[in-house]
Write a new protein. Structure first.
Length: 260
């Protein structure tokens, strides 16, 4: 089974560190900064399904006004199967108010992850603390294909950020599921943050014989990044996702991040 999941692009598990570079959020140091993180995620799944888990090794390097590069090596377990993959992306400043963000990823002999995906995101600083974004993503599975358009708007004021994202996907052999995601973040200290994520939408799955199953999906998470030392931070997340009558998942993630 290949999963064509609404939350793949809804952003409820994805931070917005890039948009912060365009906003009134706390600024990073002017010198080049490189960060590396290792993390473990575990999700408890009901309805008789095997639990999920994932390990990631993430890195990013950049400085204000220059290209930021980032990437990851990942290993995930679902349905008692393991998949491995890699991701690579860049944030390219286009003047003072625009950032272009290309990203690609691929899995090795996947059972549930996509064979590959390509995403192109454009963000722009607007007036009154607003940041607008749009992205196009193409995801290729062995027996399915998903094209997704995401439109987002964010607003920063003081130490706060609020965001909304609309996702419209075109699933080959199925339909056009729509997803909505909201986020609220509070920045504290120099670079620490705590926030809420919520998502609501529809998921369509194409199984190997071509049959399509449709379910409503709702997700909620609380997450944060706490810098307890100028060079060390803890990333954490607690979340839950309900996929209609199919199953519910309850997850937690913990990561250790080092800057140098």
């Amino acid at each position: 089974m290949r999963r064509c999941c609404f939350c793949q692009g809804c952003g409820w598990l994805v931070g917005s560190w890039l948009a912060a570079c365009l906003s009134a959020a706390p600024a990073f140091a002017e010198e080049r900064r490189t960060e590396v993180e290792i993390s473990q995620r575990y999700e408890w799944v009901d309805s008789g399904f095997a639990d999920w888990q994932a390990q990631r090794l993430d890195w990013q390097t950049g400085q204000p006004g220059a290209i930021t590069w980032y990437g990851a090596a990942l290993r995930e377990r679902r349905y008692a199967l393991w998949d491995q993959g890699v991701e690579l992306g860049a944030a390219v400043p286009l003047g003072d108010d625009w950032v272009l963000q290309p990203e690609v990823g691929s899995a090795f002999s996947p059972d549930f992850l996509p064979d590959w995906y390509a995403d192109l995101r454009l963000q722009s600083r607007l007036t009154a603390g607003f940041v607008g974004s749009t992205s196009l993503r193409h995801t290729e599975y062995v027996d399915s294909r998903v094209d997704r358009l995401a439109l987002g708007i964010e607003r920063y004021w003081g130490a706060w950020r609020m965001a909304y994202t609309l996702n419209v996907s075109d699933v080959q052999g199925a339909g056009t599921p729509v997803g909505h995601a909201v986020a609220l973040d509070h920045y504290y200290g120099e670079r620490s943050v705590v926030g809420l994520r919520a998502g609501l939408g529809r998921e369509e799955e194409v199984v190997r014989d071509g049959e399509v199953t449709v379910s409503s999906v709702a997700a909620f998470a609380v997450r944060g990044r706490h810098w307890f030392h100028p060079e060390w931070a803890i990333n954490w997340e607690l979340g839950a996702l309900s996929q209609g009558d199919i199953h519910d998942r309850y997850g937690m993630q913990l990561g250790l991040r080092h800057a140098f």
